[in-house]
Design a protein around this ligand. Structure first.
Ligand code: MD3
Ligand code: FE
Length: 203
């Protein structure tokens, strides 16, 4: 059952416990076409998280800034289509907490190895801020951090485990959030990895 974690944000614990192997196969198929890579962020540093995307739009970053692009800069080709299993997962999870008709056009694949982290940030590059964000966690557990709409707001932490799904909508859409450095471990399906899928309506 969905557990509220903030205003207009819900955690579906273990939502994928049965379907995870099929979802992971879909992700592997995407990564064969658009491999993982590290992105540079404005300011010149490199992300510790490795990324790829599927769907009509992919999230890209370089020294100039963040944006969504319809072509993978690594392959020069369009991003791989979003596999049906991923589309259905995102739509069903959104519907579970009352967001009907969620049709994501972007799925960002974030892959963490031990030590990788994501600093506190807001997701503000999407055109339609009324659509929810659906985020799926696979593999090693991580500590998710979220604050408020100001960077200085207090930060809460909770663990995200294999199979968990978060849905963020409405007012929670613009909160600061991040992921604490991943601890070492081994997961039966993903080894030394945490994989996060973030579905968005970007265009
Ligand atoms: C709360 N990814 O890719 S997912 C990101 O686990 C990102 O890789 C993290 O933040 C990860 O931008 C967190 C959970 C999440 C995603 C988007 C949100 C939480 C969010 C947008 C608004 C509020
Ligand atoms: Fe984010």
């Amino acid at each position: 059952d969905p557990v509220p974690v903030a205003q207009a944000a819900w955690l579906l614990r273990g939502y994928l416990r049965e379907s995870a192997p099929q979802i992971i196969e879909s992700v592997r198929g995407v990564l064969r076409q658009s491999p993982l890579r590290t992105m540079q962020v404005p300011g010149g540093k490199w992300m510790s998280v490795k990324t790829s995307s599927c769907g009509a739009l992919g999230w890209v970053s370089d020294a100039l800034g963040y944006r969504y692009a319809d072509t993978d800069p690594l392959t020069g080709q369009p991003w791989p289509a979003m596999p049906t299993a991923l589309q259905v997962l995102a739509r069903d999870a959104a519907a579970e907490v009352g967001f009907g008709a969620f049709e994501p056009d972007a799925c960002l694949i974030n892959c963490y190895q031990p030590g990788a982290k994501m600093g506190l940030h807001q997701d503000r590059d999407e055109k339609d801020l009324s659509a929810p964000i659906v985020s799926v966690s696979l593999g090693l557990p991580a500590v998710f951090m979220f604050g408020g709409s100001k960077r200085s707001d207090a930060v809460k932490r909770f663990p995200l485990e294999h199979g968990d799904v978060l849905v963020w909508g409405g007012v929670s859409r613009m909160v600061y959030h991040g992921v604490a450095p991943l601890k070492a471990g081994h997961h039966p399906l993903l080894g030394e990895w945490r994989v996060n899928l973030t579905f968005r309506r970007a265009g």
